[in-house]
Ligand binder design. Sequence first.
Ligand SMILES: Nc1nc2c(ncn2[C@@H]2O[C@H](COP(=O)(O)OP(=O)(O)OP(=O)(O)O)[C@@H](O)[C@H]2O)c(=O)[nH]1
Ligand SMILES: [Zn+2]
Length: 226
Amino acid sequence: MDKPLTPNIPLDLESEETDPISVHSAIETPLRPDAFALSDAEKIERITFYFREIMHTLGLDLTDDSLQGTPHRVAKMYVNEVFRGLNPENKPHAKLFENRYAYNQMLVERDITIYSYCEHHFVPIIGKAHVAYMPEKNVVGLSKLNRIVQYFAKRPQVQERLTMQIADELKQVLHTQNVAVYIEADHLCVMSRGVNDVGSSTITTEFSGLFQEDKYRQEFLQYIRK
Ligand SMILES: Nc1nc2c(ncn2[C@@H]2O[C@H](COP(=O)(O)OP(=O)(O)OP(=O)(O)O)[C@@H](O)[C@H]2O)c(=O)[nH]1
Ligand SMILES: [Zn+2]
């Protein structure tokens, strides 16, 4: 095998030892304090290098014209697309409007498409999120609900934490505790490898504020029922 190259940007091994639990709350994605010390361009350069090493180690011929660009393609996809939600700079700005019409019933945004990645295997999680809130003083542009869901999905995730991160953000943005999040998803790590079960799917929920009351919970569940 060729002698491995070294990347232009060396790894800072000391910061690898940081204990993420000591600096983060339980529902935050465990990021190192120096997670954004490198620019996106530098991250792409480094991931290209290491993904090339992975392919090389697997015995793939990187001079093949179809494989040649793959390390860079994967690096761009990770940083700019599928994991862009790791960077708080990419968090959507949710513009609020005053609830002048005093709408005080439930608003449900259902069937929001989710494409996330399992943090244990780095393969896709594909599903739908249904979110709801009961407005108090403010209402939010509908598309912002979809954007918030998609922002947190674009991270390596476990479904439980994804559900809680979305609920938490909705509470903060909407200034209300009355939020519900329901996610139903297929995990390709369960379907396409390991236990190879294509028939099962995973449901997670977070009901807060008024949604803890059976009446509102049932109403919400009825709206999202197919
Ligand atoms: N709780 C939770 N577990 C998940 C999620 N996505 C994947 N997993 C599980 O994470 C576990 C990782 O377990 P390990 O035993 O370390 O991994 P593994 O040897 O590849 O396990 P198998 O998938 O059973 O082959 C697996 O049981 C996955 O099904 C998720 O969103 N939430
Ligand atoms: Zn997995």
